[in-house]
Design a protein around this ligand. Structure first.
Ligand SMILES: *[C@@H]1O[C@H](CO)[C@@H](O)[C@H](O)[C@H]1NC(C)=O
Ligand SMILES: *[C@@H]1O[C@H](CO)[C@@H](O)[C@H](O)[C@H]1NC(C)=O
Ligand SMILES: *[C@@H]1O[C@H](CO)[C@@H](O)[C@H](O)[C@H]1NC(C)=O
Ligand SMILES: *[C@@H]1O[C@H](CO)[C@@H](O)[C@H](O)[C@H]1NC(C)=O
Ligand SMILES: *[C@@H]1O[C@H](CO)[C@@H](O)[C@H](O)[C@H]1NC(C)=O
Ligand SMILES: *[C@@H]1O[C@H](CO)[C@@H](O)[C@H](O)[C@H]1NC(C)=O
Ligand SMILES: *[C@@H]1O[C@H](CO)[C@@H](O)[C@H](O)[C@H]1NC(C)=O
Length: 462
């Protein structure tokens, strides 16, 4: 079986990969990162550092345009890339991008983006800052705030957004009430804040962050966002719930990145607590459900797949990047929770092999598609596909020596627990009143959500 897989891969793909060879993995990762970065022009004169094409006014349904959050995630993937390969090619450009997008309050809420700022969007840039902290990525220097303080500023800013007026708690998706989607409390915003708090606890050892991580997790676990199916035992982490109905129902969509976010956060908490049984059980529960949902038996059980949209080729540009994050956080989990490595490592290896086999399209003959379960290129290419392939292939270089650093184990980025506390909180001081265009946007979103609920219900019946 393994022989056959390798044979087919060699035959059909322009990128060949032997996952057991470190030098092979590094060189393939370098090619994939290079192709990903051909899309990025933010470091050229007249362009905006830190933005991908379309990043000023994004619509993830337009192929080839990428939202601000995804650019943030991409720079995180490049920090990871540097960490496991030692290749410094993209360090400068990454540092410049983070610096440029940190915003006037140093909390990743830059004026150009704040009008449509999501708690999750900020969260992904904060993850990138944490990647820098945990890898001792060179600080930007000069008067620039430390990587750790940028993440702490996001944490501090989001503290004030915890909403107990509805649903007994939770974060709304959008930071500002004038934005479409403010009614939703979603998994990625709550999970993102949970993971950020867990990583701050892990890195600093400060129990305030851990208390907060527990609080967010507990709220999510009792909400409709997390539900265990009694029969299959699968833990469903649903996309969102509606605060306008006091969170009494949910949208039945599951995404790899939500499982990755919760898994990663639980893994940091497990390690922070020196191995608590409660967190070990949560890690295993999320991991088991991840395997059941996103490593389908029909593809052999070891190839990661975006259940909701991949085989039907309807993933939007956001969704095409989601596997990158699950790959990354599975790899991190294998280090922070050593007992999980035995099941995680073979899945990362097989998925990496599959991803390389899917990198055989486009004008280069090596652009990566998303369907890792076949070596026939799926006809799509872009930043999300490249980032996902980069992340899964890089994850096979995962080893104890690159485990996330904490202050106790050598992380040097300076802590500033009060970072960002002077940031403006009242959106009406910074934001124009809602326009007709925005109202139309809200209506369109409502229609999409209704459609999703119906679609989700059908999917559940199936
Ligand atoms: C932008 O960064 C790329 C690396 O991604 C580099 O090859 C290129 O020379 C840089 N361009 C400028 C103008 O600095
Ligand atoms: C904001 O947008 C303006 C106009 O496009 C641009 O000149 C500026 O560099 C952008 N700033 C950031 C932080 O993206
Ligand atoms: C809304 O939900 C919360 C938490 O589930 C509950 O405590 C509260 O009583 C609910 N409020 C209303 C008005 O139903
Ligand atoms: C721990 O974190 C809390 C919450 O941000 C902060 O108020 C406190 O100052 C921190 N303690 C230390 C010792 O950094
Ligand atoms: C974990 O163990 C270390 C070393 O014994 C100790 O300093 C730390 O307080 C422990 N952490 C927790 C959350 O119990
Ligand atoms: C996860 O799956 C393994 C293997 O099937 C099983 O032994 C374990 O009890 C499961 N753990 C949880 C928390 O569901
Ligand atoms: C925490 O993570 C480190 C680094 O991967 C690992 O060596 C250690 O065993 C982990 N702690 C526990 C309690 O598993």
């Amino acid at each position: 079986m393994q022989y056959l897989l390798l044979f087919l891969t060699t035959l059909a793909s322009a990128i060949t990969l032997d996952v057991t060879s470190q030098s092979d993995v590094k060189s393939v990762a370098s090619t994939i990162a290079y192709d990903m970065m051909t899309v990025y022009t933010g470091n050229q004169s007249g362009q905006v550092p830190g933005l991908l094409p379309g990043g000023l006014n994004c619509n993830p349904n337009n192929v080839g345009t990428y939202c601000w959050w995804e650019a943030g995630a991409m720079f995180g993937a490049l920090i990871n890339y540097w960490q496991y390969t030692g290749d410094t090619t993209y360090n400068q450009v990454t540092s410049q991008a983070i610096e440029f997008q940190r915003g006037a309050d140093d909390n990743f809420n830059p004026a150009n983006q704040s009008r449509s700022m999501g708690v999750d969007d900020q969260g992904f840039w904060a993850f990138t800052a944490m990647d820098a902290v945990e890898a001792n990525f060179p600080e930007a220097g000069g008067n620039a705030p430390s990587w750790l303080s940028l993440a702490q500023a996001v944490y501090n800013f989001q503290q004030d957004l915890w909403d107990t007026d509805t649903c007994g708690g939770g974060f709304r998706w959008q930071v500002f009430s004038i934005n479409a989607g403010y009614n939703l409390k979603n998994a990625v915003s709550n999970g993102g804040n949970f993971q950020l708090a867990a990583r701050l606890a892990y890195v600093t050892g400060n129990s305030s962050y851990a208390d907060w991580a527990n609080k967010v997790y507990d709220w999510m676990a009792q909400s409709k966002l997390m539900q265990q199916d009694a029969q299959s035992g699968i833990l469903y982490i649903w996309d969102n719930t509606d605060a306008n109905n006091n969170c009494t129902d949910q949208t039945n969509y599951v995404w790899t990145y939500n499982y990755g976010i919760m898994l990663g956060g639980a893994a940091y908490m497990y390690n922070y607590t020196n191995g608590s049984d409660v967190w070990l059980n949560r890690v295993n529960e999320i991991l088991n459900s991840t395997y059941s949902l996103f490593f389908p038996a029909e593809y052999g059980g070891n190839i990661m797949s975006e259940l909701q949209c991949e085989s039907t080729l309807v993933c939007n540009e956001d969704q095409k990047s989601f596997k990158a994050y699950l790959a990354r956080w599975m790899a991190v989990t294998a280090l922070l929770v050593p007992s999980t490595a035995a099941t995680i490592v073979p899945k990362l290896a097989a998925s990496a092999q599959g991803a390389a086999g899917q990198c055989d399209g486009g004008s280069t003959g090596r652009a990566c598609g998303l369907q890792w379960y076949t070596s026939t290129w799926d006809g799509t290419s872009g930043v999300g596909q490249q980032m996902s392939a980069l992340s899964i292939i890089g994850s096979t270089l995962n080893r104890q020596s690159i485990a996330p650093l904490s202050q106790a184990s050598g992380a040097t980025s300076k802590s500033n627990p009060d970072a960002g506390s002077t940031a403006a909180k009242d959106p009406t001081t910074e934001h124009a009143p809602i326009t007709t265009g925005d109202k139309a946007g809200a209506a369109i979103l409502t229609i999409i959500v209704v459609f999703l609920v119906v679609g989700g219900a059908i999917w559940l019946v199936i």
